[in-house]
Design a protein around this ligand. Sequence first.
Ligand code: 3HC
Ligand code: NAI
Length: 698
Amino acid sequence: MSEVVKLERQDEVGIVMVDSPPVNALSAAVRGGILECVKQAVADPAIKAIVLTCAGRTFIAGADITEFGKPPKPPGLNEVLVEMENSPKPIVAAIHGTALGGGLEVALACHFRVATKEAKLGLPEVKLGLLPGAGGTQRLPRAVGPELAVKMIVGGDPIGAAEALKNGLIEEIVEDRVAGGAAFARKVLAEKRALRRLRDDDSKIAAAKADRSIFTNAVAAMTKKSRGLEAPFAAADAVGAAIDLPFDEGLKKEREGFLKLLVSDQSKAQRYAFFAEREANKIAGVPDGTKPRPVNRVAVLGAGTMGGGIAMSFANAGIPVTLIETAEEQLKRGMGIMQKNWEATAARGGIPADAPAKRMALINGVVGIENVGDADLVIEAVFETMAVKKEVFAKLDQYAKPGAVLASNTSYLNIDEIAKETKRPQDVLGMHFFSPANVMKLCEIVRAAKTAPDALVTAVSIARKIAKVPAVVGVCDGFVGNRMLAQRGKQAEKLLFEGALPQQVDAVVTKFGMPMGPFAMGDLAGLDIGWRSRKDRGIKSEIADALCEAGRFGQKTGKGYYKYEGGSRAPLPDPEVEKLIDETLLRLGRKKRVVSDDEILERMMYPMINEGARILEEGIAARPSDIDVVWLYGYGWPIYRGGPMYWADTVGLKHIADRLSVYAKETNDPRLEPAPLLKKLADEGKTFASLAAASKAA
Ligand code: 3HC
Ligand code: NAI
């Protein structure tokens, strides 16, 4: 008898129970166990119908991703599914939690499906750079029609039980999976329902067979945002095969596509990113079993750009927020923007029509920091000046309840210094969200010198609760993300002095897969902020200064490194900027040269990787994969390139170190010399990944 799958009998119903924590993934043992139990149930004359269900927190969450890339172990999943689909006795999948990937494919090979109310069903393989490899692309269109199938397979997002019921993916919503599944099985027996094998049922794809545009339009809509990715297009082709070919041939096409993607560099990078994100939840140096403090109410200080977005993120997760401002006017403006944002999302159909009102009701806007009283977590998002932050934390020390976690959203300032303003530095840390905070998933959790382990665990756990991806970092200027970004910014600026144009630099960076280049990003953020700060510090940056002196502050003035026409956000190259750069270089007596795209890419990326190595040396990030998580979720690093440190390994650290040395000399910039850690790894022929493996072994 299998260790992880058991067969029990309740009267004439055989219950096949998968019990393989944490998520019942389809390891070889689970596949073998299901096959064995189904065969036994079919052979047992006392059993008339079978229910396949799971113990623990979820239905099968997919293939076991840790098995990918290793030699396959029998039985293959398709073999198990054929046995199930051909069973002469009805099989009912009873779903709770998440039926994902291979998990949903198992359910699709059953004759009927029921699910609990909160269940989610999906084929998220594209998010791992794959396509469903066990019949999902062939059976799902037959279950729900090609349009929804394309949405689920090419987009990768799951649907809820209600939508699954409406579209025929499940037959019923049940209270309890085992009792409900068994009751449904008895009903099938009593009503003598015919077994529905999806492979034999073309009724829902008939319309698309007659008019293929139903399918191609759905694909066009879903692949709009798939720039650079291979899997969504391959997944769409596999769904196309369901429409164009008989079932078995379609299945063969799907298999070919799956196997091709499985060994692709993109999928390897995406699978790495999946585990990197989960690894980031494990905090180095925190005693096992450290529990988070309860967080039932949050206070956010400042209803500006960031405070508003942060408050929205909590309300989106149903957590009540006290939003605190200095005056009614600012409060009203901030609350107004939040309401408008939600209403716009509701108008697009992104959230239910009644959600904006419900979410606004969770936000209690007040004036005065003394109202922070009952919050378990306070996040400060006030102006970025040390004096203001210090004043705010001194007041928080006075008014916040004992044990409340006190977080700063500062982008650059020293949290240790801020914590000193309180008599409870153990409760102080950074929670650095990214703009727009209600959209961007990253939250850098900044651990200060005296932050208590349970305060840190609280921040990580609440960040996850509001659907953010936390990454724990240490105190330094700009933490992980902005510190590395600053290196890129420096090079971007230098390149202009050597003869490159903003549009050339940005094009190289976006072609690599980043959503925006440094100059378009500067225009979006506003060039005047840096200009003022340079003036205060007596620093010059001649080209950027000349732009600002000409009133070109970026998007907000319709002109910056680019021009923006008719209120559009699309950056257009501007001959005036080229002229202004030429004039500046002439004035400074600088000669232009042709800068190649290869050089631009190296100078955009390698100095960031070098800074990443320093960040690791200093222990600001515990693992290279944490740095990758920061870039994937805070800066739109293309997921199919895994993250800067992962990508660096694929390029080769020796090459990167050598090129950095060359640039250090050519541009007379000692900061570009390879960091000791990078140099050491390069000399030893090692990778950043080897550090993670070594720290796991320790
Ligand atoms: N294989 C192996 N391990 C998995 C796994 C999987 N499919 N899914 C989750 N895990 C592991 C995680 O790595 C984590 O391990 P850890 O505790 O050691 O870090 C643990 O299970 C718990 O996972 P989460 O922290 O993500 O738990 P949550 O409760 O937040 O989320 C989940 C649960 C929604 C199921 C989420 O884990 C998830 O999305 N998993 C991946 C689902 C997926 O992509 N399935 C498709 C796989 S590909 C496939 O099926 C191919 C097929 O078509 C042939
Ligand atoms: P903002 O200027 O849009 O908002 C700041 C708000 O704080 C204002 O509405 C102001 O009235 C309010 N405020 C000032 N003092 C206050 C006090 N004592 N109590 C309550 N409210 C007070 O600024 P923004 O952009 O939201 O930045 C806030 C913080 O977030 C800064 O530390 C910034 O560095 C950081 N940050 C900003 C990002 C961005 O892209 N804008 C990204 C990540 C972090």
